[in-house]
Design a protein around this ligand. Structure first.
Ligand SMILES: NC(=O)c1ccc[n+]([C@@H]2O[C@H](COP(=O)([O-])OP(=O)(O)OC[C@H]3O[C@@H](n4cnc5c(N)ncnc54)[C@H](O)[C@@H]3O)[C@@H](O)[C@H]2O)c1
Length: 259
């Protein structure tokens, strides 16, 4: 008996760094997995590799029609939708607020915030038809404070927290739980690609060396927490937020530097 037998899980950005780790783990725990995303090549390849309990659907999270099609695909292929993971996200190039153009601001807010809003809006009726389920929103430790040069990203992830709490309140009586995970620095293209062309200061920002657990997070670290929150083991948890950052938010572990 697996934790997600007979359940269907939709992961947005499911072909990407953390997303593919989540998809593989849900699949290994018995779920039907729907890989939603804009990267059709990688998404379809992952679905082919996993086999009959995996399906790729093109999903641009900024588009409500695309969401309706994806949720419809989950229900028509597998019968129900039980879990939604709002994982898709994009980060802005690091520049000060004064140099941030409105198009960049809007694009980051569209994917990270509006995408999460639309996901909750469109998936909620399907989760209700399944007699309950779980939504997990992927936020960021950057949504818990300020980070210079990342205003659009920071603002979008702060807002996901308010959305998570509000959805938790609205959907709890329908047995739909809504929680958020705030990863610290996780080793995916998300940090490696911007860091490649970034200044030394930005590269240092991603360095784990000063922190209590001096390594980058792995997608699997986030996946394990996600599976717990999505499972019935977390049946009394809603509207909650979980930081998984190896101690990043604690600040530098100075005693380690002295020793
Ligand atoms: N990697 C980190 O250090 C880190 C830290 C904190 C939070 N996060 C968050 O984790 C989540 C996953 O990021 P990742 O690290 O796997 O990065 P990633 O860049 O590998 O994955 C992001 C995924 O989102 C998808 N995506 C982008 N725009 C989309 C759209 N409009 N519609 C559908 N999918 C879209 C991409 O195709 C990709 O698959 C994101 O929400 C990100 O903000 C990442």
């Amino acid at each position: 008996m697996n934790r997600f037998d007979d359940q269907t899980v939709l992961v947005t950005g499911g072909a990407g760094g953390q997303g593919s780790s989540h998809v593989r783990a849900f699949h290994a725990e018995g779920a039907n997995v729907v890989i939603g995303g804009i990267d059709a090549g990688r998404g379809a390849a992952l679905a082919d590799e996993l086999g009959s309990r995996a399906h790729f659907t093109r999903l641009d999270v900024t588009d409500e029609g695309s969401w309706s099609a994806a949720v419809g695909a989950a229900e028509s292929v597998y019968g129900t939708l039980d879990v939604l993971v709002n994982n898709a996200g994009v980060q802005n190039p690091p520049v000060p607020i004064e140099s941030t153009d409105q198009a960049t601001w809007s694009r980051i807010l569209d994917v990270n915030l509006t995408g999460t809003f639309l996901g909750i809006k469109v998936a909620a009726p399907a989760l209700r038809r399944a007699a309950g389920g779980a939504i997990v929103n992927i936020g960021s430790t950057m949504g818990l404070g300020g980070t210079a040069h990342y205003a659009p990203y920071v603002a979008s992830k702060w807002a996901v927290r308010g959305l998570t709490q509000t959805a938790g309140l609205e959907l709890g009586r329908d047995r739909i739980r809504v929680n958020a995970i705030h990863p610290g620095v996780i080793a995916t293209p998300f940090i490696h690609e911007p860091a490649a062309g970034a200044t030394a200061a930005i590269a240092d920002f991603y360095s784990p060396e000063p922190f209590a657990i001096p390594r980058l997070g792995e997608p699997a670290d986030v996946t394990r927490l996600l599976l717990f929150l999505a499972s019935s083991e977390a049946s009394f948890i809603t509207g909650s937020e979980y930081v998984i950052d190896g101690g990043l938010l604690l600040g530098p572990a100075l005693q380690a530097a002295v020793a």
